[in-house]
Design a protein around this ligand. Structure first.
Ligand code: NZQ
Ligand code: ZN
Length: 388
């Protein structure tokens, strides 16, 4: 483990069937004005909204509602939330929903008191907040992003055709998150498996990079094995508590900074996926699944040893008598078979990408340097073509 690092994680988690019991106690730490953010209605249908309103009222809180946070939250919605938060002197933003609602709430938390356009400051210029930050708490209803225990916030600007994530520091992490696996039972199949692939991709972005022997990579292998095993159960029986709880816990650890410690990380699949998202507004996990295999095949030769290890340690491919190249290829075949088994989108056509978008998507793709191969603009286009 060759890298230096500081590790801390400020988010308090409540996990399990009675996790919501933690909410009243947490609420005691904040003032009266609570902004309740949620999405397009799933929380009302499930009854969770009523339960939470009851707890807030019992705690004597004023509830300021901000419904309609869309999947892939937009700049317009962000500006709306900022106005509402400032007008109502909000003490806590309570996000009830998936990654989009959690990400959005973090964006409002740093933007409400920002003296300039928060899109320019945080997402284009990547500056850190130097103004008041409103605390955020989350009640998670869909797993995948890890937003419940990280500083990530991804916002889409449709006018500029950009989807950009800012990974904020500890001061923007949710103060607490409530994780009850039963809340995820009602997530539609398409969203559920997109979330599963998002988890796998988060782990791979951190695992398929670096060359030293690193504890973080052994943790990643364990997380991937748990995800593969539980996802196979959950696609057959979405109400299997054991499987859904394992997946929920895996998702949190896949992106709460732990497995990135002491090593370089890649994130290029996310950069391409986000650019695809900016052009198509497709479901996040599916933008990743559609481009992953073409990307991995493209970089495999530059990190052959790690790809070979992935095959042997994660998929159980027998290494006997095989070259690293053979092993690496078998590992990617096993990954592909699992992706087809759980039913994620395997090509960009299905997400609405057309040839005339290649240039724009490639231009909107940030090129990072932490992976095995720094891509060129032309290579991104090649990968897009191969992903059709
Ligand atoms: O809006 P409602 O009606 O609530 O429906 C949502 C939404 O349509 C539905 N849903 C959520 N929980 C449900 C449910 N439906 C029924 N029952 C439930 N219990 O699912 C749909 C998708 O929800 P969304 O929050 O958009 O999904 P996800 O959690 O995948 O979040 C995606 C967003 O997170 C960003 C993505 O880019 C995208 O914008 N990411 C955030 C990251 C982070 N914070 O670190 C990292 C990720 O890589 C990702 O980029
Ligand atoms: Zn992701």
């Amino acid at each position: 483990m060759l890298g230096d690092f500081m590790y801390s994680n400020p988010t308090r988690l409540y996990f399990g069937k009675n996790a919501l019991d933690g909410l009243s106690k947490e609420l005691e730490n904040y003032g009266k004005n609570i902004m309740l953010t949620y999405g397009g209605g799933s929380v009302k249908k499930s009854g969770l909204y009523d339960e939470i309103v009851k707890i807030l009222k019992k705690g004597g809180k004023n509830i300021i509602e901000l419904p309609g946070v869309m999947a892939n939250p937009t700049t317009e919605k962000l500006y709306e939330g900022c106005r509402l938060a400032k007008e109502n002197n909000i003490d806590l933003i309570l996000a009830v929903g998936g990654g989009s609602v959690c990400d959005y709430s973090k964006a409002v938390s740093v933007s409400a008191y920002c003296s300039e356009d928060p899109w320019d400051k945080y997402f284009l210029r990547m500056e850190e907040p130097d103004n008041k930050i409103i605390p955020v708490g989350c009640v998670l209803t869909m797993v995948g992003t890890g937003s419940e225990m990280n500083g990530g916030s991804v916002i889409t600007n449709h006018a500029q055709k950009l989807k950009i994530g800012h990974v904020f520091g500890d001061n923007v992490f949710p103060k607490f998150s409530i994780l009850n696996p039963e809340y995820t039972f009602t997530v539609p199949h398409y969203q559920m498996v997109a979330g599963f692939y998002d988890i796998m991709c988060h782990i791979l972005e951190q695992y398929l990079s670096g060359t030293d022997d690193n504890t973080s990579d052994y943790i990643s292998e364990g997380l991937m094995k748990s995800l593969i095993s539980s996802s196979r159960i959950a696609v057959k029986n979405p109400k299997d508590y054991e499987a859904r709880s394992n997946i929920m816990w895996t998702a949190t650890w896949a992106l709460n900074t732990l497995i990135a410690k002491g090593k370089s990380t890649d994130w290029e699949v996310h950069m391409i996926g986000q650019a695809v998202g900016a052009y198509t507004n497709a479901t996040h996990g599916m933008t990743l699944s559609a481009v992953s295999l073409a990307y991995y095949r493209h970089i495999m030769n530059y990190g052959l040893k790690r790809f070979a290890r992935f095959a042997a340690n994660v998929w159980g491919v027998n290494p006997e008598g095989k070259s690293d190249l053979q092993l690496a290829e078998e590992g990617l075949k096993a990954l592909e078979a699992w992706m087809r088994e759980i039913g994620v989108v395997m090509n960009l056509k299905e997400l609405g990408v057309t040839e005339d978008m290649y240039e724009g998507i490639a231009k909107a793709t940030f090129i990072l340097e932490g992976g095995y191969k720094k891509l060129t603009h032309e290579e991104v286009i090649e990968i897009l073509k191969e992903s059709m």
